[in-house]
Design a protein around this ligand. Sequence first.
Ligand code: ADP
Length: 541
Amino acid sequence: MNTMMNTPLTMPVLMDRGAELMPENEIVSKMRDTIHRYTYADLGRRARQVANALTKLGVKQGDRVATLAWNSYRHLEVYYAAPCMGAVLHTLNLRLSSADLEYIINHAEDSVICVDEDLLPILEKLEGRIPTVKHIVVMGNSGVWKTTLKPAHDYEQLISGEKTEFTWPDIDENSPMGLCYTSGTTGKPKGVMYTHRSNYIHTLTGGLPDMLGLTRADTVMAIVPMFHANAWGLPYICCMLGAKQVFPGSTMDGVSVCQLLQDEKVTFTGGVPTIWLGVMNELLQNPGKYDLSSVKAMVCGGSAPPRAMIDWFEKNLGVNFIQAWGMTETSPLGTVTRMKPKMKDWPRDKQLDVKQRAGIYAPGLKLRIVDDAGNEVPHDGVAMGRLLISGPWIAATYYKEDPTPEKFPGGWLDTGDVATLDAEGYMAIADRSKDLVKSGGEWISSVDLENAIMAIPDVAEAAVIAAFHPKWQERPLACVVIKQGATVTKEQIYDHLGKSFAKWWMPDDIVFIDAVPKTSVGKFDKKVLREQFKDFQLTTA
Ligand code: ADP
């Protein structure tokens, strides 16, 4: 017998909370040339108008409502309306190739796509190839948009006559509410279907003080795209708390980000390392131009942030630079790096060793590192193992696929990452298993080498890949981008690496390139780099 209420864990309970308790709090969006402002009360009303309009377009429980949009208030309204009415929010990554987008839309069987006006050309390329899509809803500002797609409706016109009431239906907590596809760093995109229950628990946990640490007093700017891993859950967490939200729209360059952080007195912000590199460069070039004293914490994930950058932000902005690790399959928050109290008095270098790690697992999850035979490897900060994770917001299979024992062994998700755990429980990503350099059967972490090379002040980017070697099978090859106007020699890089790495970890060669190719979400695209250097002749071979 249940002795406590078996209340279903469904998103409307959380989404309506901010609108009800913090109705006057603001949601601010940078549109192309203007700033749009309204309140949580407006958001709650408009989300219901959207739900009424989608219902009239024929959207039923379980149907997929897709978005192709930048971070803005309208995108947030669909984030709110679609799950609460029992439909599924499917966020489309606008940087994917046409072929991948077509594949994803058809695989998901989207019924409606809500698209920002300036992104219409992306969809128009798919005309006639996405048969399940019955309606296009254009989120426009000009009011004079044109498209060849049919039938296309104007978002504002569609919702303007609708009622601001909508009774959210009873929803089973295990029903689907959100769909994201992996961005395909390692192959064809795969769908991850979140449920009300999984996202509810992820939202509750994500805001905790030892996690992102958010309150209703915060002003939160998610620069991480809402089309990428749910913007790390920030829109949901903020709606639950009623925290002020700031959206950057399509402008995420250093100047625009700094300006918005300052003008809206943002206290907490989140983005991938590339964003923070842009911000750091803008601040370095214009000392004293911005007052960013409101910013207390910034979260960074998606790939490893360079140590020098973490140090720079903490020293120069006085912020807490929080690293997080996760993936589409983990909703995405898996680990977060916050210091334990005893570390407050540690020497700076030792603190940075911790900050450079990807963090401690979230409450509610379990995490292990194992060797190829499935045995746990030592938690000494050095031994590498395959990173396995499990818990209520971790994918148990891919959408429309049966779980394979390789990817989902015995109730775990094999993340495809190779990691170390230290004695304090802090995890660090050594590599994606595909990116590891396997030299004579021993693993060399490309990420460690890259971080070390990028710590050289005149180096802009560095990516280490495996090059073929007749004796060792694979040996590291470093591809290095030097800052404009600077010079760095191979010898300088080798001298620098020699201080921290064993001889057998040293790259066999260093090549200088113009830029490291990037994926749709701004990560180093080693698939492309490996292809480019597939015939590279190592002089050591
Ligand atoms: P994709 O799998 O398409 O790259 P995801 O956004 O799901 O898209 O990427 C998840 C991957 O990003 C992780 O498996 C990991 O390799 C990498 N990653 C995420 N956070 C970090 C981090 N803090 N440090 C290093 N790598 C990270």
